[in-house]
Design a protein around this ligand. Structure first.
Ligand code: FAD
Length: 311
């Protein structure tokens, strides 16, 4: 058994493992895919102190840093169930899809999240070639250009306001007959001069020239007519889904969006179970935030372990 078992090997999990290993605790990291979303990222320009890096390089550095310490990295392991300890100081158990299970006195959950995809032709083909999911990350790459934002909820409208300050022109595309964002955001967006808003519009294809995005095709749901808009970028903002489906019935508190509810110490409602990064209620999902949260969860696990004798 471990003293600390980290479930998830993205930036949050890697940071957590380095911190608990440095406290001398027997630490394991079990991950479906060590590196997490970073593996799917091309250029990273907002990882402070490093003006530019690339996802696969950062993922390799995360792993190398964890391997500086005696941490047991178990890659390609999908957790399917958490069985919490029946009392503080007791052993938690995590069951995996291959039937194996691991026990630890403290657990750090860092299973991240995934962007919901549109599922239309061109989206995968032009991912990182004009199709983007994170305005904070990729907005500046479209300086002066034309982009679409798909999704008229809070995140879509926030993204459109953000991008309108950076890019040349923004077309917001919403499937429903009206925007679902807070009124204050909708009013702000409508006041911006370089923004067009399309409602009742179903995105049917991301078009490109083979190398990069060159437009977006949508169906006007009122008339059925197909339209094409020429542009250079498409930001998909139809939801970020936390990887917490496997935690639904174990007594762990989740928000209505499925995020693990944490307090300022990265503690969950279950004693000895901590959580960090994109799978939690922490606002803003970014690499540097996930790392800070993972470190915080590890220090809280340390605090918990020295205060609760093994039972
Ligand atoms: P993740 O990186 O999602 O890692 C989760 C880990 O948990 C993975 O190892 C995964 O395999 C594992 N896991 C999931 N479910 C299970 C399970 N059931 N059992 C075991 N393991 C499991 N952020 C920036 O700051 N700058 C950028 O430029 C940037 N660009 C991005 C570009 C793209 C295309 C994407 C998708 C994201 C980008 N982000 C960027 C966001 C950033 O990648 C995330 O905020 C960050 O990776 C979150 O870290 P995390 O450790 O919480 O989760």
């Amino acid at each position: 058994p471990f003293e600390v078992l980290v479930v998830g090997g993205g930036p949050a999990g890697a940071a957590a493992a380095v911190y608990t290993a440095r406290k001398g605790f027997a630490t394991g990291v079990a991950a479906e895919r060590f590196g997490g979303q970073v593996l799917d990222t091309l250029g990273i320009e907002n990882f402070i102190s490093t003006s530019y890096t690339e996802g696969p390089k950062l993922a390799a550095q995360l792993e190398a840093h964890v391997r500086e310490y005696p941490v047991d990295i178990m890659n390609l392991q999908t957790a399917t169930r958490l069985i919490p300890a029946d009392r503080p100081g007791g052993m938690h158990e995590v069951v995996f899809d291959n039937g194996a299970s691991l026990k630890a006195r403290s657990i750090i959950l860092s299973t991240g999240a995934r962007w919901r995809n549109l599922g239309v032709p061109g989206e995968q083909e032009y991912r990182n070639k004009g199709v983007a999911y994170c305005p904070h990350c990729d907005g500046p790459l479209f300086k002066g250009k034309r982009v679409a934002v798909i999704g008229g909820g809070n995140s879509g409208v926030e993204a459109a306001i953000d991008l309108a300050n950076i890019v040349g022109h923004v077309t917001l595309v919403e499937f429903d007959t009206k925007l679902r964002a807070d009124q204050v955001l909708v009013d702000k967006l409508r006041s911006m001069r370089n923004v067009d808003i399309l409602v009742n519009a179903q995105t049917t294809e991301v078009t490109g020239d083979g190398a990069r995005v060159d437009g977006l095709r949508y169906k006007d749901r009122a008339t059925g007519a197909e339209q094409h808009v020429a542009l250079e970028g498409v930001f998909v903002q139809i939801g970020l889904v936390p990887n917490t489906e496997w935690l639904k019935d174990c007594g762990l508190e989740l928000s209505k969006h499925g995020e693990i509810v944490i307090d300022g110490h990265a503690a969950t409602n279950l004693p000895g179970v901590f959580a960090a990064g994109d799978c939690t209620t922490v606002p803003y999902k970014q690499i540097i935030i996930a790392m800070g949260e993972g470190s915080k969860a590890a220090l809280s696990a340390f605090d918990y372990l020295i205060r609760n004798e093994a039972v």
